[in-house]
Design a protein. Structure first.
Lengths: 114, 112
């Protein structure tokens, strides 16, 4: 079945550092890929998405490129802020016919220190 | 203000008790979902509904039940058959034309 693997962390960085959170996937079809962010005690918010190979999703300084050849969707940001501290989930949508739902990675806890 | 609301924010269950978590959306979305989140486990799909009066089991449906009598509402009941109900429960919805799911703020269920 489909699966998503991401670095589990916690990942601790200093403010203004460069961020990469790795995400790789296995899927039988051609999935859409997502990054969601979860702040403490809250639900998930969509951060960005890409629906086909070579698409780049971007939002709030974060970027991720859909790489079909490496089955990856790594999240990057050039200069992180303390307010970026949260848990980040990589997810894919590739349900078989008649099914539904997203497949999530286990989440990466990001801690940004001032 | 469009969005998804979940209530209550915290819920306590006694042994042998059924409890119901509320999920309401005013986004006019056809599909609704329930996920369970455990520490270090990511999110797992419990039930989903693509249309009113129809719903399907997800990966971990045992011990849970749902109904979808209205487009806006998708309540989840955690039954006494669910032996390990302590978790954070998230409701989501999506439209027919977009795969993106939008999430509510969640309900944390604790066992007394």
């Amino acid at each position: 079945g489909d699966s998503v693997t991401q670095m589990e962390g916690p990942v601790t960085l200093s403010e203004e550092a460069f961020l990469t959170i790795n995400c790789t996937y296995t899927a039988t079809g051609y999935p859409s890929l997502f990054w969601y962010v979860q702040y403490p005690g809250e639900g998930l918010q969509l951060l960005l998405k890409a629906t086909k190979a070579d698409d780049k999703g971007s939002n709030k300084g974060f970027e991720a490129t859909y790489r079909k050849e490496t089955t990856s969707f790594h999240l990057e940001k050039g200069s992180v802020q303390v307010s970026d501290s949260a848990v980040y989930f990589c997810a894919l949508s590739d349900p078989p016919p008649g099914a539904d739902g997203l497949t999530f990675g286990k989440g990466t806890h990001l801690i940004i220190q001032p | 203000d469009g969005g998804i609301t979940q209530s209550p924010k915290y819920l306590f269950r006694k042994e042998g008790q059924n409890v119901t978590l509320s999920c309401e959306q005013n986004l006019n979305h056809d599909a609704m979902y329930w996920y369970r989140q455990d520490p270090g486990q990511g999110l797992r799909l419990i039930y989903y509904s693509q249309i009113v009066n129809d719903f399907q089991k997800g990966d971990i449906a045992e011990g849970y039940s749902v109904s979808r009598e209205k487009k806006e509402s998708f309540p989840l009941t955690v039954t006494s058959a669910q032996k390990n109900p302590t978790a954070f429960y998230l409701c989501a919805s999506s439209s027919r034309v977009e795969e993106t799911q939008y999430f509510g703020p969640g309900t944390r269920l604790l066992v007394l």
